[in-house]
Design a protein around this ligand. Structure first.
Ligand code: FAD
Length: 527
């Protein structure tokens, strides 16, 4: 990497020239970096909004899942079969499904070799379990924070190789040139947030042959979200330069606590808590689900099933399915302006409309599961303590004691199955611009739980291989770069000046606009 300066606007801006610029420091971006190093591409730099920010390092769930080919025991599996199952999610590209299936063992064992603690038996078998939309036992998990371990181990590997990291730098624009009727990325404009008062206003340029975007999902477009606060997303800057999107409407939603953002999946539902709603001031408590279910048997079973049917699925609404609860929570919170809570302290009551809860009302699947877990007794919190004490401790660690108080929840955005369209090397429709991880739109309408983490790792490996073999030309000389991007950069500098100038009408509106957009997306984005 080389540093120089070019004069654009009032002050000379620093320019870093590098073969491959990686944007983001989540599991996908870091996976791409590690794979580039393995392929011998050492002229790299990582530019990231916040080292340690983003979804991978900060999100998790009851049992955060990683999906891969079945690799243990006598479970029959094949890459073709796995590709078919990924493809069956609808609107998924078959070639990408095949790449994700064939690349999954390599990606998985790369993580194993880096030290991600996936469980295995004493004979070396990485035994799996079934996740949603998964007919085999392809899922594995390193616990509630699988993606955090991935971040941690991949980050250590990148740091070991002294890859330059530009922390606290937001990439605000991708820079392009037109070549023979095609758009090609040539670098990026970033804002160094530690240097905003400098004459450059913190602007920094990157002159790169390739840009790998690993900027994650579009978290900041939602108000109610279980993405971590540190994740914003930057898909828009690729769309702005003409990159084509894919399945952008396919966001995943589910029930999550909102004071501390965490999915209330798995045992949080399997212990069958009481769903209550109140007026905004906490008065007028009601067990609102009772109005919509014909019997306690159907209601309690639907709550139980939500444990492993966590994301909202319109196919699971009919016949009092588990996703009916998402719709009713949405109706209560967004349409009626009430608050909804899970109360673990008492069993659901019929409140005169239905029978009161009792275990013999449960349908077979729910009854047998609780019986096997030794949890056919007591209150939801007592069952949770028996089945998964860490689930209680987790909230305690974040200042919420669910043994004493109800837990406020909402229907939250969690993941975008769509994103930027990529080819089988994870290159977008803009040449030399690659998209890996959640920013890439590689999933179908449905995806097996855990397929996101696999796709991020496989995508990084595919992009790295292609860059190493085909895209090793030098970046353009700095002066030529300056001429190519001068107009694009000047326009952004001008826009930035306007936004911070209190005299310009509407300058402060950018934050209001964001709030308004978030409000709209959370109330109508999934309708
Ligand atoms: C609660 C929850 C539970 C989940 N459970 C599962 C699961 O069980 N299995 C599964 O497969 N998936 C799961 N997911 C999804 C999965 O965790 C994410 O899709 C994945 O971690 C995203 O990784 P990523 O590397 O693409 O992006 P992220 O980890 O989000 O990283 C994005 C990076 O880009 C940076 N960035 C963004 N914009 C810019 C910019 N303009 N300039 C510089 N840097 C920028 C951010 O700071 C961050 O470093 C879950 C998600 C959530 C929220």
């Amino acid at each position: 990497m080389q540093k120089s300066h070019v004069q654009i606007g009032q002050s000379p801006l620093p320019v870093y020239t590098v073969n491959t610029l990686i944007v983001g420091s989540g599991a996908a971006a870091l996976g791409a970096a590690v794979n580039l190093l393995r392929q011998g591409v050492t002229d790299l730099a990582i530019v990231t909004e916040q080292w340690g920010g983003g979804t991978s390092n900060n999100a998790g769930s009851d049992k955060q899942t990683y999906y891969k080919l079945s690799l243990a025991g006598d479970v029959p599996d094949s890459p073709y079969q796995m590709a078919r199952d990924l493809f069956a999610g609808g609107c998924m590209h078959g070639d990408l499904a095949l790449c994700e299936a064939q690349g999954s063992p390599q990606a998985f064992f790369n993580l194993v070799s880096l030290g991600v603690p996936f469980p295995h038996d004493r004979y070396g078998g990485y035994v799996g379990y079934k996740t949603d939309h998964d007919p085999r036992q392809r899922a594995t998990s390193a616990g509630p924070r699988t993606s955090h371990f991935m971040f941690e181990r991949l980050a250590a590997e990148v740091q070991k190789h002294n890859v330059p990291i530009f922390d606290a730098h937001d990439v605000v624009a991708l820079l392009t040139e037109e070549q023979e009727g095609e758009t090609r990325v040539v670098g990026a404009l970033a804002l160094d947030k530690s240097n905003l008062n400098a004459p450059t206003r913190g602007f920094v340029l990157f002159n790169a042959t390739n840009v790998v975007l690993g900027t994650g999902g579009p978290a900041a477009i939602y108000k109610t979200s279980v993405y971590p606060e540190s994740q914003t997303g930057s898909t828009g800057m690729a769309l702005e330069i003409g990159a084509v999107g894919n399945n952008l409407t396919e966001s995943q939603y589910g029930l999550a606590s909102i004071k501390f953002r965490w999915n209330v999946s798995g045992t949080y539902q399997q212990v069958i808590p009481r769903y209550i709603s109140t007026a905004p001031d906490g008065s007028d408590e009601r067990e609102f689900l009772n109005d919509y279910f014909p019997s306690m048997s159907k209601l309690a079973t639907a709550i139980f099933l939500k444990g492993y049917q966590w994301p909202f699925d319109p196919r699971k609404v009919r016949n009092y399915g588990s996703s009916l609860t998402d719709i009713l929570v949405y109706q209560e919170t967004v349409l009626r302006g009430r608050r909804v809570f899970l109360d673990f302290r008492r069993n659901p009551s019929g409140a005169g409309k239905l029978e009161d809860f009792s275990f013999d009302l449960l349908e077979k699947e729910a009854y047998e599961y609780l019986e096997k877990s030794g949890a056919l007794f007591g209150t939801p919190i007592e069952r949770l303590a028996k089945m998964n004490q860490p689930a209680i401790d987790l909230y305690k660690d974040h200042g919420i004691d669910i043994t004493q108080e109800p837990l406020e929840i909402a229907v939250c955005a969690q993941h975008n199955n769509g994103g930027l369209r990529v080819n089988i090397w994870w290159e977008t429709s803009v040449k030399h611009l690659f998209a890996v991880g959640e920013v890439a739109g590689t999933h179908g309408v449905y995806r097996p739980g855990g397929a996101s983490l696999n796709a991020g790792q496989v995508g990084g490996a595919r992009a790295a291989l292609f860059i190493a073999k085909r895209y090793q030309s030098h970046p353009v000389p700095v002066q030529k770069f300056a001429e190519l991007v001068r107009a694009q950069v000047s326009a952004k500098l001008h826009l930035a000046e306007e936004m911070i100038d209190p005299a310009v009408e509407g300058a402060a509106a950018v934050w209001r606009l964001r709030d308004e957009l978030q409000e709209r997306m959370s109330s109508a984005g999934a309708v």
